[in-house]
Design a protein around this ligand. Sequence first.
Ligand SMILES: Cc1cc2nc3c(=O)[nH]c(=O)nc-3n(C[C@H](O)[C@H](O)[C@H](O)COP(=O)(O)OP(=O)(O)OC[C@H]3O[C@@H](n4cnc5c(N)ncnc54)[C@H](O)[C@@H]3O)c2cc1C
Length: 381
Amino acid sequence: MICFSEAGNVGRVWDVLVVGAGVAGAMAAHGAARRGFSVLLIDKAAFPRGKACGCCLNQAAVNLLEEAQFKIRDLGATPIDRFYLACGGTTAKIPIPSGLAISREVLDMALINHAQKAGAIFMPRTTAQATAGFSTHREVSIVLDGNATSLRAKIVLVADGLGGRLLRDDDGLEIAANSRVGIAGTLDYPANDYAPGIIYMACGKRGYAGLVTVENQSLHIAAALDVHAARDAAGAGNAVAEIICDSGLPVPEGLTTCRWHGAPALTRHRSTLFEKRLFVLGDSAGYVEPFSGEGMAWALAGAKRILPLVEQAVRAWRDELGPQWQKQFRELVGSRQRICRAVTMSLRNRAITRLAVEALKISPALAGPLVRQINRPMATA
Ligand SMILES: Cc1cc2nc3c(=O)[nH]c(=O)nc-3n(C[C@H](O)[C@H](O)[C@H](O)COP(=O)(O)OP(=O)(O)OC[C@H]3O[C@@H](n4cnc5c(N)ncnc54)[C@H](O)[C@@H]3O)c2cc1C
């Protein structure tokens, strides 16, 4: 850990300053540190911290972690290889390529440690508040434990997630009008009705909820809800219970006393992914609802794909590097996000969802093309 005065040392210019130590930021910090750059990774949260996420790493995400020599299998993650889709009392059982389920408390802390081992410096409880670009460097004003200072870096990577406010919302961030919001929580005991190794996806009238057993045998639940569902049901736990009940799956006990993490409007697009000496990555660059469970794969792939541009930018900033990143990011995740969006929009029609689940119950192989599409390797080179 670095002390406040050392990080903000007047005159110190970091090669790379990464704002946000989620999967995108920690992986980018790791990659930049491996390339020999001085890297400061900051996050407003104290770690370990939970966040709204379904905690399922698909095969593409697992591959990306292992390519970065991250020992994900040493963390006790639960292997997953089946996806049960439930709606209106019918459940389709779909085989999926092997993935892993792991809490974000454990995963994100381990990724930060991995970046630190590569040489990155990590400062938790440090909030980036504003940033400005200059010809030689970028400045970021931060607050740590009530103390304000500013940091300088040749390049800033903004990976502040869905809740991030470092870049002003009017800088090209468009939120879909009918976007759902996210919540997630963990029941600290195994639920007998839910077997490890299976993602249970409950589709209800006002959203969907994924249930999966994570590393310590706890049952983790994440949901995408219509924006007023939690308010109308008098609480997140009740809203999730309604969805699970609608789907016909058993409602686990403890939903109303569970601690829920929230996420703001999920489906969003950012029109510009760069500023002078600054790149945007991860959810902050754009996201769609989590039905396909790909967000972490997209974030990890972006964190890998951006590294050659970061290397060039640290050595000498050129204004064309920003548009290059934007083009590469769109190539990397654009078609995947469009497919995910089309699927989630279709699922909003209950009759279509019921028909799809009936058909998949009879012939799970019908899901094959979509399952292969979601899990195909990401083009990070
Ligand atoms: C309900 C739900 C379920 C999901 N399920 C899955 C799933 O099963 N599988 C999957 O692959 N993906 C899933 N996702 C998506 C996944 O959670 C995200 O895509 C992924 O976390 C993106 O990583 P990130 O690093 O961009 O952002 P995050 O992981 O959100 O990290 C952003 C970090 O930035 C920090 N931060 C924010 N603002 C500041 C600031 N001003 N200064 C300093 N730090 C700041 C935050 O504290 C946070 O730690 C789900 C998402 C939701 C909402």
